[in-house]
Design a protein. Structure first.
Ligand code: HEM
Length: 272
């Protein structure tokens, strides 16, 4: 007697729909994050390499270049330039082709991603708390929690990789990707909101209102929740649940796409 468990066709279809929705979201995110990397290189990279440090302030910032603040300027430069590297590293880690065909490269980009993610969190904490770069206390608390999550999640991803526990490693690495992308999600979330509402609708200048808090805390809590939903549904046997989750992920991909268009067209494009 065969012990093979047959998957009902509808459930197979539901699993496929879930996988495809995840891929669709990843493609949208990859396009948007490539735009983010392009902006960082073209704006901060070019100005830094040519010694035009005060040119960092050619775009709206809280504190970019401050004359006489050599330490602050150095940490700001390292933070924004390594933002391009960590974003590229995160994307490369998620490409299945690299994981499967170039495991050596996957290990090295993985180590680089986790170390730089740690640096991004620590330098971000320094900018926020020591340099005092923040708009409001509540928005500062939101980004500081993101920084702590980056440090904790990256630690778990690293530990599981060293112990060769690859399934938990994959899960913690995905969680790390989501919280490291929080800064990018925030920009995408804000621009998506502005486009949907045809204006800033409830956003305030110092990011202290309820909609601002939805955006700042939501920039990592919403993607993390969706990721956990994706994992839970992937493990479950319910076809209807998978279809529902796939629809949620497609809606998230559509909102992300709107936000990506907004960041490129209205946030970064005009600065170049
Ligand atoms: C780990 C992923 C992160 C990335 C990719 C990233 C990226 C960036 C970029 C591109 C900028 C330049 C601002 C702009 O042009 O809009 C920036 C500035 C800044 N970042 Fe981060 N960041 C990350 C994490 C953090 C964290 C965790 C914190 C705080 C705890 C933080 C605090 C800051 C601060 C205070 C500034 C200066 C903002 C200003 O002066 O307007 N960053 N970051």
């Amino acid at each position: 007697m065969s012990t093979t468990v047959q998957t009902p066709p509808s459930r197979g279809l539901a699993s496929k729909a879930l996988r495809w929705s995840g891929m669709l979201w990843f493609i949208v995110a990859a396009v948007g994050q490539t735009g983010f990397i392009g902006f960082i290189v073209a704006f901060y990279g070019v100005r830094t390499v040519t010694g035009d440090f005060s040119g960092w302030n050619d775009k709206p910032l809280i504190d970019g270049y401050i004359e006489g603040d050599d330490t602050g300027n150095l940490i700001f430069a390292a933070h924004v330039l390594l933002a391009a590297v960590v974003t590229l590293g995160g994307l490369m880690q998620l490409l299945p082709a690299i994981r499967r065909r170039l495991p050596g490269l996957h290990r090295w980009t993985g180590r680089t991603f986790l170390v730089i993610a740690g640096f991004m969190a620590l330098s971000g904490i320094w900018l926020a708390l020591v340099r005092g770069t923040y708009l409001s206390v509540i928005s500062n608390v939101a980004i500081l929690i993101d920084a702590l999550l980056i440090l904790v999640f990256a630690g778990f991803a690293w530990r599981n990789a060293i112990k060769r526990r690859f399934e938990p490693h994959r899960i913690w690495a995905m969680r790390t990707f989501m919280v490291v992308s929080g800064v990018w999600f925030l920009r995408v979330g804000l621009m998506g909101w502005v486009i949907v509402n045809q204006g800033p609708a409830g956003l305030t200048k110092d990011m202290s209102g309820p909609i601002d808090s939805l955006m700042t805390f939501g920039s990592y809590l919403i993607p993390l929740t969706l990721l956990e939903l994706y994992f839970a549904v992937q493990r479950s046997r319910g076809g209807a649940l998978k279809i529902f989750a796939a629809l949620v992920v497609v809606a998230a991909a559509a909102y992300t796409a709107l936000g990506v268009v907004g960041t490129v067209a209205f946030m970064w494009g005009p600065c170049l």
